[in-house]
Write a protein that binds this ligand. Structure first.
Ligand code: NDP
Length: 303
């Protein structure tokens, strides 16, 4: 597919910024919640493939406060992107789901088979349901039109270009920012919760490489999870960050703050079985590179 013209939605975000392929655009030029803008976008770019990454996302605070936007904007964006792509005969659309689509009642580790089991997490259900519908819409177009529209599910992404804002960002970016602030102000590094929760993370550059591979090599109807099957506790993450920044003060855990699920794991077994040679970036190396990136790009980083 050498003449393939890839359009990436969401190329300015945490995930898309790390892609070294595809053309991007900004939402103020083409607002994907607007059908006419999406039609104009596809007429201007004439893509032959689309990686659909754009979404309204955010940390827990955003999910609690902006339920309507997380549902309505994501539903509109997904509906418009896939439908206009179909109308314009784009044969390939690879879309991004998230582990927020799962339910706390579904069996762990989560797999490609139990996406729709039970309701999504109460704190994420507007976003979770909108994303689940993206999987449904992709599947419908695959079945009815024979289009290769399918989805991938990366576990929690971190890396350069992340959102390091302590109100809106994700856990690793937030902890890096908090730790740097603590270091600069010579204060203790405060971490929400007891640090025992375990999560899986994937380095944004690994997501970029896997996405490019999946665009051409993973054409099944069922979604594919991007995970390396390794969990790490929030405490261990905080320690790696503190170590990288050579923090001289203490790490303190604020157990009065919400912690989220104790453990959330997804299975990377399917990916491993079809792409066994892929080598994931070890979390220590990825966190160190992200800390270095944040320190070097402090002025312009999203914070
Ligand atoms: P970001 O919040 O960093 O970026 C969001 C992107 O979506 C931006 O490029 C933004 O463009 C674009 N966007 C938002 N609204 C619109 C709109 N109305 N019209 C056009 N573009 C819009 O998100 P991430 O990079 O973190 O996430 C990308 C995808 O990956 C999402 O689908 C998310 O669900 C998924 N994902 C992310 C994970 C993570 O940990 N980060 C984990 C699992 C999945 P602009 O800046 O121009 O507004």
């Amino acid at each position: 597919m050498n003449n393939d013209k890839i359009l990436v939605t969401g190329k300015s975000g945490t995930v898309g910024s790390n892609f070294d392929f595809g053309e991007g655009f900004r939402s103020f030029h083409y607002d994907l919640t607007n059908y006419n803008a999406v039609y104009r976008l596809m007429s201007d770019y004439l893509p032959t493939s689309i990686v659909h990454c754009a979404a309204r996302v955010g940390g827990l605070g955003v999910h609690m406060k902006y339920k309507k936007e997380l549902f309505y904007d994501n539903m509109l964006m997904n509906m418009n992107v896939l439908e206009v792509a179909r109308q314009r005969d784009v044969k390939r659309v690879l879309s991004f789901l998230s582990t927020c689509i799962y339910s706390d009642r579904a069996q762990q580790p989560y797999t490609e088979k139990n996406i729709h089991d039970f309701e999504p997490f109460p704190e994420h259900y507007p976003y979770g349901f909108a994303k689940r519908m993206l999987e449904i819409q992709s599947r419908i177009y695959y079945e009815q039109y024979g289009l290769k529209y399918n989805c991938v599910i990366p576990t929690n992404v971190y890396g350069p270009h992340d959102d390091f804002n302590t109100e809106t960002g994700h856990v690793i970016g937030v902890l890096i920012h908090k730790c740097l602030k603590a270091k600069n102000e010579n204060k203790n590094f405060e971490v929400w919760g007891d640090g025992k929760q375990e999560r899986e993370f994937i380095y944004a550059k690994d997501v970029a490489n896997l996405t490019y591979w999946a665009l051409y090599n993973y054409l099944d109807k069922e979604p594919l999870i991007f995970s390396n099957n390794q969990t790490i506790s929030i405490k261990e993450i905080a320690e790696i960050i503190a170590d990288t920044l050579e923090l001289q003060t203490k790490i303190v855990f604020d157990t009065s703050k919400p912690t989220g699920q104790v453990k959330r794991t997804v299975s990377g077994n399917k990916l491993k079985s079809i792409y066994p040679e892929f080598v994931f970036t070890p979390i220590e190396a990825g966190i160190r590179a992200t800390v270095d990136w944040f320190v070097s790009n402090y002025e312009t980083a999203r914070k």
